[in-house]
Design a protein around this ligand. Structure first.
Ligand code: AP5
Length: 205
């Protein structure tokens, strides 16, 4: 079962995907996490990706598609978080899945206004050891845990990421709506409420 999480930066995709992975056995594939890992390890992909990520722009499609081809499991419940992000990437994914007789089962669109996105991203903190996501107000890290802020969570980069989302990723809403597998979730609710809505939309109890 392949599920795509689509939505603006800071909508809560990673938070919900982490919970579905730990409670429902989903394999969570986040292109953002994979790229940050490549940057940290200083691989060729990491070196190429870093300049785009720091500017809040998308990393070129060919690099992303090659990375997903390597990581996509042949079976199991999978969440693709942050991929696809362009129509080109969506077409490449469809082709990849066709070859193994599979398809995107559901696309969950996280709908949330810009003001909430900005507040969520500016308060986001990460545990660098586990990658677990926290928020200084909505989900504070345990006392004593050393957390970090992402380089691209600075205000000017957040604005750019939102602009890029609207221009390059939003066309995917129509792409999947036409295919009939788009489900919209109100991501401005509390994390528990969003989680319950996703489970209902996926038909999981
Ligand atoms: P990526 O890492 O994918 O970033 P993003 O899509 O911008 O998404 P975020 O991780 O910022 O947000 P999220 O929706 O996961 O929110 P989260 O759960 O953390 O991509 C980074 C960069 O990599 C891109 O800019 C691009 O350069 C590159 N890239 C990645 N994929 C690519 C691709 N396919 N093609 C090309 N380039 C690619 O939540 C945010 C905060 O809010 C947290 O603090 C959380 O605790 C809090 N929160 C979550 N839910 C709630 C809630 N319901 N109520 C209150 N607070 C909440």
């Amino acid at each position: 079962m392949i599920v795509v999480f689509l939505g603006p930066p800071g909508a809560g995709k990673g938070t919900q995907a982490q919970r579905l992975a730990s409670e429902k056995g989903f394999i969570h594939i986040s292109t953002g996490d994979l790229l940050r890992e490549a940057v940290k390890r200083g691989t060729l992909l990491g070196l190429k990706a870093k300049e785009y990520m720091d500017r809040g722009e998308l990393v070129p499609d060919d690099l992303i598609v090659a990375m997903i081809k390597e990581k996509l499991p042949k079976e199991g419940r999978v969440i693709l978080d942050g991929f696809p992000r362009t129509v080109n990437q969506a077409q490449a994914l469809d082709k990849m899945l066709e070859e193994i007789n599979d398809k995107v089962e559901k696309v969950i669109l996280f709908e949330v206004p810009d003001e909430i996105v900005i507040e969520r991203l500016s308060g986001r903190r990460i545990d660098p050891k586990t990658g677990k996501v926290y928020h200084i107000k909505y989900n504070p890290p345990p006392k004593g845990l050393k957390v970090i802020q992402r380089d691209d969570d600075r205000e000017e980069v957040i604005k750019k990421r939102l602009e890029v989302y609207r221009k390059q990723t939003q066309p995917l809403v129509d792409y999947y709506r036409q295919k009939g597998n788009l489900e919209v979730v109100d991501a401005s609710q509390s994390p528990d409420e969003v989680y319950r809505e996703i489970l209902t939309k996926l038909g999981i109890s």
